[in-house]
Design a protein around this ligand. Structure first.
Ligand SMILES: Cc1cc2nc3c(=O)[nH]c(=O)nc-3n(C[C@H](O)[C@H](O)[C@H](O)COP(=O)(O)OP(=O)(O)OC[C@H]3O[C@@H](n4cnc5c(N)ncnc54)[C@H](O)[C@@H]3O)c2cc1C
Length: 591
């Protein structure tokens, strides 16, 4: 007999989005959170740079400027009503976090401190504006701790180290999930009126990635297998500053504090490409400029990386050249960027105070994901039909506030704004809804069968070999630069890997803490997401934001100012829906 649980509201994922949703749902109804990681190990805890809100604590700022920057940064693919909500509600959300106890850095007069970040500007002067609220370079860590403590205080029930492998959907309505308790291998059925998916990103499709090992897209794959679509999967962000070869992120906060890119000639090359914002241009642009430098032979020593230079005396020179009166020293950087500096010291053996740091673009953030409306309700199709009882928020969702490219610090704010809206919407829904009947034994059996197929398979293929080949083809053909021919090759390769995946064999046949089994299961999810990503990328014959087609280098608003929706029911189907443009007509993207 499976273990059985019943809660009004269920949240899958204990990152910033999941915890915020759980906190607000628990103010109204009985709420539980299921997480495959111990909650405070969620990827939100690695976010360094900050959370944006137009507080205007250090200089003039307005939420409308934040919205404009977000829409322009997203290459005009954002749904503008959602962006307006995010940027307006960001201000209260940050103050809400402060009141919950988040220890933000302070200005001398006691306000929340703010710093500059890529693409965030004063719309009048076009210069960078200080909009990112931060707690040193541990902002995400502090958000996660603060929200977790508040959830505990609010009696949210936690199921830690339970991995969800299926979503119960019947007649277009969601009734809960099926999970495996990792410590025992037991199957648990969770029955709910409302379920919110907040499982974060899925960057492990790529090898060079800033994403944690756990970001394997389990839930997007599960909803895809249940016949629901994913939105804008072709848009994945490559962050310019990954640690060379490892992909570990050195936050954009470094450039927010004055660091710049330099090439083999010691040249500050961003000046040539983006004369106004320079090194603080949006990430998609910076990543392409870095590759252009490398392709034209100006990578360091002719290799495939450039430097991030944050030596204090150099930063002061750049400030002087930019007419910025600010001056800094090593102590300032050590206080503002302690983790980033330590990462360079630990992972690269380089002291960034004394030497420039080798970096290369790294797969970082999913702009696409599970389509939702502005209250985090999941959409069943391109017409906006709702899946009753199913919600999604955070990186896994596509609402779509980031369009084709996300600005730095806009994810943390997306988590808290839409996590909260989702939590409130769930509580309201649960109060008037009743539990729909489920077939708990059948649900448990189907879940167990998914795992048994892998556990008992006696093929000759090894999951790690398949994963390696998938990541290699994604890095090479579905990366910063894409072509039609390359994407077709990637799709063929993924199909080959999916066929081989059916013949995998694992060594550990047990039930307790079977990471061998769960990693093999996760690989199946990643392969499905890789397939739909490459498919949507092949169909989009234009370049926009994070999706750059060398064979179609221009943005094509006539044919592609629209969101893609992809289904995988045996074969892959693509449909499109219009972008909601309420205030700002698409313009050329110059910085
Ligand atoms: C290194 C790094 C630095 C970043 N810095 C910033 C920054 O400074 N500012 C900013 O705005 N954004 C930043 N981002 C992006 C931002 O941190 C993420 O987009 C965001 O934290 C995602 O939060 P989330 O709540 O959606 O999911 P996550 O925090 O990723 O949490 C996912 C949760 O889902 C759970 N889960 C996953 N699969 C399952 C499953 N099958 N069953 C049960 N539970 C599951 C996990 O246990 C986890 O609790 C950064 C990202 C990275 C990788």
């Amino acid at each position: 007999m499976p273990q059985y649980h019943q809660f009004d509201a269920l949240v899958v994922g204990a990152g910033g989005a999941g915890l915020m949703a759980a906190l607000y749902a628990s103010k109204g109804v009985n709420t539980a959170v299921i997480s495959k990681l111990y909650p405070t190990r969620s990827h939100t805890g690695t976010a360094q740079g900050g959370i944006s809100a137009a507080l205007g604590n250090l200089e003039e700022d307005k939420w409308e400027w934040h919205a404009y920057d977000t829409i322009k940064g997203g290459d005009f693919l954002c749904d503008q009503d959602a962006v307006d909500i995010m940027c307006r509600e960001a201000i209260d959300a940050v103050i809400d976090l402060e009141h919950m106890g988040l220890p933000f850095d302070r200005t001398p007069d006691g306000k929340i401190s703010q710093r500059r970040f890529g693409g965030h500007t004063n719309n009048e002067t076009k210069k960078p504006v200080m909009r990112a609220c931060h707690a040193a370079d541990r902002t995400g860590h502090m958000i996660l701790q603060t929200l977790y403590q508040n959830c505990i205080k609010n009696n949210v029930k936690f199921f830690d180290e339970f991995q969800v492998i299926d979503v119960l959907i019947e007649d277009g309505k969601c009734n809960g999930v099926v999970a495996v308790q990792l410590a025992t291998g037991e199957i648990h059925v969770f029955h709910s009126k409302a379920t919110l998916i907040a499982t974060g990103g899925f960057g492990k499709m790529w090898k060079v990635t800033s994403n944690a090992h756990s970001l394997t897209g389990d839930l997007p794959a599960a909803v895809l297998r249940r016949g629901l679509p994913l939105e804008d999967m072709e848009f994945f962000q490559f962050h310019p500053t990954g640690v060379y070869k490892l992909g570990i992120l050195l936050s954009e906060a470094a450039r927010g504090e004055g660091a710049v890119f330099i090439n083999d000639k010691g040249e500050r090359f961003m000046e040539r490409y983006m004369p106004t914002l320079k090194d603080l241009a949006p990430r998609d642009i910076c990543s392409r400029c870095i590759y252009t430098e490398i392709r034209e032979g100006r990578g360091i020593g002719g290799k495939d990386y450039v430097y991030l230079d944050f030596r204090p005396e150099q930063i002061n020179k750049y400030f002087e050249a930019d007419g910025n009166p600010k001056r800094i020293d090593a102590h300032y950087l050590e206080t503002r960027l302690p983790d980033i500096i330590e990462f360079a010291r630990v992972y690269q053996g380089i002291d960034p105070i004394k030497e420039p740091v080798p970096i290369q673009p790294t797969a970082h953030y999913a702009m696409g994901g599970i389509p939702t409306d502005n209250d985090a309700r999941v959409l069943a199709d391109e017409t906006g039909r709702i899946v009753e009882g199913l919600y999604a928020a955070g990186e896994v969702a596509c609402v779509s506030v980031h369009g084709a490219n996300r600005l730095g610090t806009n994810s943390l704010v997306d988590l808290v704004v839409f996590g909260k809206r989702g939590g409130i919407a769930m509580a309201e829904y649960c109060k008037q809804a009743s539990f729909r009947p489920i077939h708990r034994d059948a649900a448990a059996k189907a879940g167990a069968a998914q795992l048994d197929r892998i556990r008992n398979n006696n093929g000759n293929e090894r999951p790690h070999a398949i994963r390696k080949e998938m990541q290699a083809v994604m890095d090479e053909k579905v990366g910063v630069y894409r072509t039609g021919a390359g994407l077709e090759e990637a799709i063929d390769k993924i199909h080959e890997l999916q066929a081989r995946y059916k013949r995998i064999r694992i060594d550990d046949k047990g039930f307790k803490w079977n990471t061998d089994l769960m990693e093999a299961w996760e690989l199946g999810a990643l392969l499905d997401l890789a397939e739909v990503t490459a498919f949507a990328a092949l169909a989009r014959t234009e370049s926009r934001g994070g999706h750059y087609r060398e064979d179609y280098p221009n943005r094509d608003d006539v044919n592609f100012l629209k969101h893609s929706m992809v289904w995988k029911n045996g074969t892959i189907t693509l449909k499109y829906k219009p972008v909601r443009i309420t205030r700002i007509p698409p313009q050329e993207r110059k910085y």
